[in-house]
Design a protein around this ligand. Structure first.
Ligand SMILES: Cc1cc2nc3c(=O)[nH]c(=O)nc-3n(C[C@H](O)[C@H](O)[C@H](O)COP(=O)(O)OP(=O)(O)OC[C@H]3O[C@@H](n4cnc5c(N)ncnc54)[C@H](O)[C@@H]3O)c2cc1C
Length: 403
């Protein structure tokens, strides 16, 4: 999503752009997400409340967050910085930065989806956060007031209102918060593919090839690929969770880590339906209606990007999801795994690399990269051309981690 968005935004400004991806655009992290175009995901995971939850997470049996100790021990710098960002003084600036991105997410996607002819994939029905405990109604109300202060529209729902909005949801929830400024799509990959097709139709070139590395040339940058070298005046690194691999050989050591997640698709029993994605917060999963079934997504696994899968978290949440909604048989027998690319401050890196003129960076969009791909592309392209970007780029500057 991020690479295609950068390509489109640069093309719009008159650049001749070649998009190189080893797979079809939208086949990796941007394939398997919950498809939420979220206005309200402005509180990073590493916020001060993480400290209260930490003892429970440390037991390493929680569905929300699991970790592989060896991975954390091999990356002490990342985990310590990630935890350090959870201190109270760091919260407000990061919320403001994420807010500056998510406020553009839906308007930009709506425009691009209309231009790409895929508006029928967009559901402007928001998403639901749900509580099972007796404290649910109070929490929903408190969050609604908090979001109101941040100009984000949401509506607390009691049991009755919930069953009015989602009649096929089992009545196990005490309360919900309906995030009304958000939307969702019914197949994220198809949206990325449509954006890529629009880029190609406007004259952009898409090359399917593995990029082996990048190097500076007298006139710009060269990408070495199995399809031969590609030379350009500027290069944009938007390899999502693989981005740091390309920067290290250039002497740029980016503290990029991943928060892995899994999904599976299930059929609904008896023609039951959900009108929007839901987040069962106490059971730590999301369930999103998709073209090919109900997509159940798991929480966060802090493990090496390429380590073998561990289905413990998604296995753990399946019974909870079945309590909430009549999930039938699994659609495919496989379990998808992806890796959310995350920097310690949970903000993406958007801008030119220090000491490397013409090398531009756009990655690290963590849990909201599907939503914020287009605005990331627009910020990047505006910085390249010297225009005023749609959001203040300072919080996303590569210089916060690279000298
Ligand atoms: C379970 C889960 C649920 C999520 N839910 C949501 C959600 O509801 N809403 C939301 O906004 N976000 C969500 N996200 C986050 C979102 O999916 C990511 O932030 C986003 O997809 C990142 O996009 P990207 O373009 O940076 O990375 P990617 O989509 O991974 O793209 C990177 C690209 O680089 C290419 N590549 C890598 N190496 C090479 C190479 N050597 N040569 C050539 N090409 C290469 C890959 O093929 C790939 O296409 C979720 C993530 C997960 C895991």
């Amino acid at each position: 999503m991020v690479g295609v968005s950068c390509a489109l935004a640069l093309q719009k400004r008159g650049f001749t752009v070649t998009l190189i991806d080893r797979r079809e655009p939208g086949s990796e992290t941007s394939y398997g997400n919950a498809g939420v175009i979220s206005r309200s995901s402005i509180v990073p995971l590493n916020n001060p409340s993480l400290w209260q939850s930490l003892p429970a997470y440390l037991r390493n049996d929680h569905a929300a967050i699991r970790y592989r100790l060896g991975h954390l021990l091999r990356n002490p710098g990342w985990i310590l910085r990630f935890l350090a960002e959870a201190r109270p003084s760091r919260l407000a600036p990061r919320i403001a930065a994420l807010d500056s991105l998510t406020s553009h997410a839906l308007p930009m996607h709506k425009q691009w989806m209309a231009e790409a002819g895929v508006s029928q994939r967009l559901r402007e029905t928001g998403w639901l956060k749900l509580w099972r405990s007796e404290a649910g109604p109070e929490k929903a109300k408190a969050e609604q007031l908090w979001f109101e202060d941040h100009s984000v529209r949401s509506e607390p729902l009691d049991r009755q209102a919930l069953s009015g909005l989602e009649p096929d949801l089992n009545p196990i929830f005490t309360a919900g918060l309906w995030h009304k400024d958000s939307a969702s799509v019914d197949w994220p990959q198809a949206v990325v593919a449509a954006y890529a097709a629009m880029f190609a139709a406007r004259g952009g070139r898409i090359v399917q090839a593995v990029v082996a590395g990048l190097s500076a040339t007298p006139s710009g940058w060269k990408a070495d690929t199995e399809a031969g070298p590609f030379n350009a005046a500027i290069a944009v690194i938007a390899f999502g969770p693989w981005s740091a691999d390309f920067l290290k050989p250039l002497g740029l050591d980016v503290p990029l880590n991943v928060e892995r997640g899994y999904h599976r698709h299930y059929r609904a029993e008896d023609g039951r339906k959900l009108g929007r994605p839901l987040h069962d917060v106490e059971a730590s999963y999301m369930l999103a209606p998709m073209e090919r079934g109900y997509r159940l997504t798991s929480g966060v696994e802090l493990a090496h990007r390429d380590a073998p899968s561990n289905h413990a978290q998604i296995d753990q949440v399946l019974p909870s999801a079945r309590e909430a909604f009549a999930l039938g048989e699994q659609v495919e027998t496989t379990t998808w795994r992806g890796a959310r690319p995350t920097l310690p401050d949970s903000l993406p890196m958007i801008g030119e690399a220090p000491r490397k003129p013409g090398l531009w960076l756009a990655f690290g969009n963590q849990h909201i990269g599907f939503s914020t791909g287009p605005v990331t592309g627009e910020i990047l392209a505006a910085l390249v051309t010297g225009e005023t970007p749609p959001a203040d780029p300072a919080p996303f500057s590569p210089r916060r981690y690279l000298k």
